[in-house]
Structure formats: structure tokens, C-alpha cells
Design a protein. Structure first.
Length: 291
């Protein structure tokens, strides 16, 4: 009888031992699951915090990309003195656009990294994908605005080039007109003179003798034929005196008003002083006969 009880006790002990081992194994499994769950929860929290920080950083970057709010100004401006802004200001506009484009590219990279991280994440965070899509939509809007801004700058540059061409043509035209005016002014203010004896002037065909009887009492008159090679130019705006040597007396044969000049001969030195240039140069050719 004692042997039977021993066998029963041993059986019970074995069952208890087996149950204990099974319970211990279940405990270990449960504990392992709990640890895994806690680890997954911490991972999810870390991923959420990282994603949230990335979203906040990207949103700040997008907020910094402002078009038409003072970041880039394309409207005509003037300096304090009222003059147009020049080339350095256009360079500043182009530099601002380049900085905006660089910021767009950096934001694109951040959004791509965030999207990749969310896609690979084992834990799906509610609403995170929607937030990423919103960031991508905002970025696309900013990029489109920068594209429009770049196109506007291109149009302005084309307009400026056209204006520069127009201004250059106007300047060339003004320069040509100014040159013509200078030439006309010079021509208006220039007279042409010749000084010579009666024989020299007659031989040159500048004077002729008319009237008289038997060769006596003839008057000297201009022939009206002027060889320009015989005359010397005199710009009355710069010079007002005609001088000639070896003359004991002189006479102005051309019809300049007598009040417009003064003719003197001192010690065989002829001097014609122009007193009224405007009146004097009404007759372009001056013929002076000496003796």
C-alpha cells in the first residue's frame, strides 16, 4: 500500500513540475511579448517625434519661401536721388531667385527623406501621409511661383534690352543731328576771304572792269565767279581779324555792310576787324583789293 502512495506522490510531483515548467515558459513568452510591445511603442514614439520634427522643419522652410511679399521686388524703383536702379539691383533680383531655387531643392530633399522614412516605417502613424501630401502640394505651389517669377525676370530683361537698343538708337540719332548742327553752325559762321592786287584779282577772274571811255574811268566790279581754291576760310566765332602784308591801301569790293567791319592800313600792314559778325557774314565771300 505504501508503494502505491509513493507512486501517486511521484506522479503528482511530476505533474506539478511539468505544469511549473509550462507556466514558466508561458511567462517568458508573455514577458518577451511585453518587451517587444514596449520596444515597438518606443520605436513608434521615436518615429512620430522624428517625423513631426521633420514636418515642422519643412513647414518652416516653406514659410521662408515667400514670393511677392517683399522677398523679391520686380516693380520699378528709384533711389533717393530719383534715379533708376541700375545693374547691381537687377543682379540682386537674380541672386534672390537663385537663393529661392536652392531653398526649394533643399526642401524637396527633406520631403523625399521624410516620405521614404514613413513608407519604410513598421508603424503607420495616422494622418502622417496626408501631412506629407500637403507639404508636397505647398512645395509645388512655391516652385510654380518661382517659375513665374523667373519668367517675369526674363520678360523684363527682354524689355530692358529693347529699351537699351531704343536708347542707343536715339543717342546715335541725337549724336548725328548734333554733328550736323555743329557742321551747319560752323558753315553759317564761316566766311571766305581773298586779298590781292587789282592784277591778281583780275587774273584770277574775280573782278572785271566796266564802263569808262577809251579805257579811262572804268569801275571795278566783282565778276561773280568764285574759285573756292583761292579763298581762305575764317570762322567768325573764333576769329575776328583778317590781316595781310605789303599793302599801302585797301578796298573791300564785296558787299559786306560797311558798319559791320573796320578796315585799316598801317605801315603796309592791312587789318580788317569784324565789328558785327552776324551782319558781316551775310555775304559769305570777302574780296579785298590792295595797292
Amino acid at each position: 500500500m505504501r508503494s502505491v502512495w509513493q507512486v501517486v506522490l511521484i506522479g503528482v510531483a511530476v505533474l506539478l513540475l511539468g505544469g511549473s515548467i509550462e507556466l514558466y515558459q508561458k511567462y517568458r513568452q508573455t514577458n518577451s511579448k511585453y518587451i517587444d510591445m514596449k520596444s515597438a511603442e518606443e520605436t513608434a514614439r521615436a518615429q512620430y517625434a522624428e517625423a513631426f520634427n521633420s514636418i515642422a522643419e519643412i513647414q518652416d522652410s516653406l514659410n521662408a519661401i515667400r514670393i511677392g511679399e517683399g522677398a523679391v521686388k520686380l516693380e520699378p524703383q528709384t533711389t533717393e536721388s530719383g534715379q533708376r536702379l541700375n545693374q547691381p539691383s537687377r543682379a540682386e533680383v537674380m541672386e534672390s531667385i537663385a537663393l529661392l531655387n536652392a531653398s526649394i531643392q533643399r526642401t524637396k530633399v527633406k520631403i523625399h527623406e521624410l516620405e521614404t522614412s514613413v513608407r519604410k516605417s513598421a508603424v503607420k502613424i495616422a494622418g502622417l501621409t496626408k501631412m506629407v501630401d500637403q507639404l508636397k502640394s505647398t512645395l509645388a505651389d512655391r516652385e510654380a511661383q518661382i517659375g513665374q517669377l523667373t519668367a517675369q525676370v526674363g520678360e523684363l530683361q527682354t524689355q530692358v534690352a529693347g529699351l537699351q537698343t531704343t536708347v542707343q538708337q536715339a543717342q546715335d540719332s541725337l549724336s548725328a543731328k548734333s554733328q550736323l548742327l555743329d557742321e551747319d553752325k560752323h558753315e553759317i559762321e564761316t566766311v571766305y576771304y581773298v586779298v590781292g592786287t587789282k592784277k591778281e584779282l583780275a587774273d584770277a577772274g574775280l573782278i572785271i572792269a566796266k564802263g569808262g571811255v577809251l579805257g579811262l574811268g572804268k569801275t571795278i566790279q566783282l565778276s561773280g565767279r568764285f574759285d573756292e581754291n583761292l579763298f581762305h576760310p575764317l570762322d567768325t566765332s573764333d576769329e575776328s581779324v583778317i590781316r595781310a602784308a605789303a599793302a599801302s591801301k585797301a578796298q573791300v569790293l564785296s558787299p559786306q555792310p560797311a558798319s559791320s567791319y573796320q578796315l585799316t592800313v598801317e605801315g603796309k600792314q592791312l587789318e580788317l576787324r569784324i565789328l558785327n559778325p552776324a551782319e558781316f557774314r551775310k555775304v559769305k565771300h570777302v574780296v579785298i583789293m590792295t595797292a
